[in-house]
Design a protein around this ligand. Structure first.
Ligand code: PEP
Ligand code: MN
Length: 337
């Protein structure tokens, strides 16, 4: 950490900052420039909130040099993390496509979905059995029954299963059905859930919170990793901004930002990122061009009758077309799909 003092800072103010840092266990290296005094601080393990120093008299600004997350940071594993799920490597050369409906609705719906996304080239089947709906009166999902239907459908078409875990009490039961636990945007900072997932050895797809910064996303990953589960896939799914044309604002720039800061694979969910079927394909293309390790796309055999997120669900033929386009884009950035 380093602290830049104001041009007008008095010697007493500089000394007060030094005393505070020394009391917290830091070794302070003082450099007196022509204009500013800068204090370079080599710290103990425990971090100090830069704002505690910034509010002191005579302090101009304070910056951390080390990232607040350790296990999730790129320097922990410079080569990048690769996670193998049912024989499919995530974070390697291949861009991994996961498709399926927002919610599992019936045996027939999930069977047809699995068949269609597998035929188009997806490696994973998505579908919620526990749904985090804004209204308590909206369809809440089929629960364990839905997970069973999804498992059977996925196995028939050699797909892995991704489904959302909403509460830590669901982890043991869901472990029998899913290959990847999805943590939804609304639960990105459910720390009890994250800690319990840290004890599991099932990979976790961690979605970015609705109003979360990239740093907060990586700190949430750190929660899971600090429990011993290193198999985390991050997911950009749009954030809430003042723009109202799309459901969320798909932050494509988060993909290269995360790639630099972290070794963890990052996927993109253009369905929730835009909320509109006609915008899903362009954003999926952009995500792959920007370096995403995979895409998570809502596809429904009959979107107009979907029980959730129909407007953003692709028709199966659109998903097939998207996959065809992504093959060209993946090749252009040195990858396969
Ligand atoms: C979903 O994947 O259907 C979902 C609810 O996602 P999110 O948590 O990103 O809103
Ligand atoms: Mn959805």
């Amino acid at each position: 950490m380093f602290v830049v003092m104001e041009e007008s800072a008095t010697e007493a103010q500089v000394q007060a900052v030094i005393d505070r840092l020394v009391n917290r266990g830091f070794t302070v290296h003082r450099s007196t420039g022509v204009v500013h005094t800068v204090l370079g601080c080599v710290g103990p393990k425990e971090e100090m909130d830069p704002r505690d120093l910034e509010v002191m008299e005579g302090v101009k600004e304070c910056h951390r040099v080390m990232s607040p997350y350790k296990l999730a940071s790129r320097s922990f594993k410079p080569a990048g993390t690769r996670i193998t799920v049912k024989g499919v490597e995530i974070g390697g050369d291949m861009v991994v496509a996961i498709g399926g409906p927002c919610s599992v609705e019936s045996k027939e719906q999930i069977e047809v979905s699995a068949e269609q996304v597998a035929k188009a080239g997806a490696k994973g089947l998505r579908g919620g059995a526990f749904k985090p709906r804004s209204s308590p009166y909206s369809f809440q999902g089929l629960g364990e029954e839905g997970l069973g239907l999804m498992r059977d459908a996925a196995d028939r078409y050699n797909l892995f299963v991704v489904s959302e875990v909403m509460d830590h009490t669901q982890i043991p039961m869901m472990s029998d059905y899913v290959d990847i636990f999805q943590v939804g945007a609304r639960n990105m900072q459910n720390f009890t859930l994250l800690k319990e997932l840290g004890k599991s050895r099932v990979p976790v797809l961690l979605k970015r919170g609705i109003a979360a910064t990239v740093e907060e996303l990586l700190l949430s990953a750190e929660y899971v990793m600090s429990g011993g589960n290193y198999d985390i896939i991050l997911c950009e799914r749009g954030i809430r901004t003042f723009e109202s044309y799309t459901r969320n604002t798909m932050d494509i720039s988060a993909i290269p930002v995360v790639k630099k800061l972290s070794h963890l694979p990052i996927m993109a969910d253009p369905s929730h990122g835009t909320g509109r079927r006609d915008k899903v394909i362009p954003m999926a293309r952009a995500a792959v061009a920007a370096g995403a390790d995979g895409i998570l796309v809502e596809v429904h055999p009959d979107p107009d009758r979907a029980l959730s997120d129909g407007a953003q669900s692709l028709y199966p033929a659109q998903f097939e077309d998207l996959m065809r386009q992504l093959r060209m884009i993946a090749a252009a950035v040195g990858r396969t799909i």
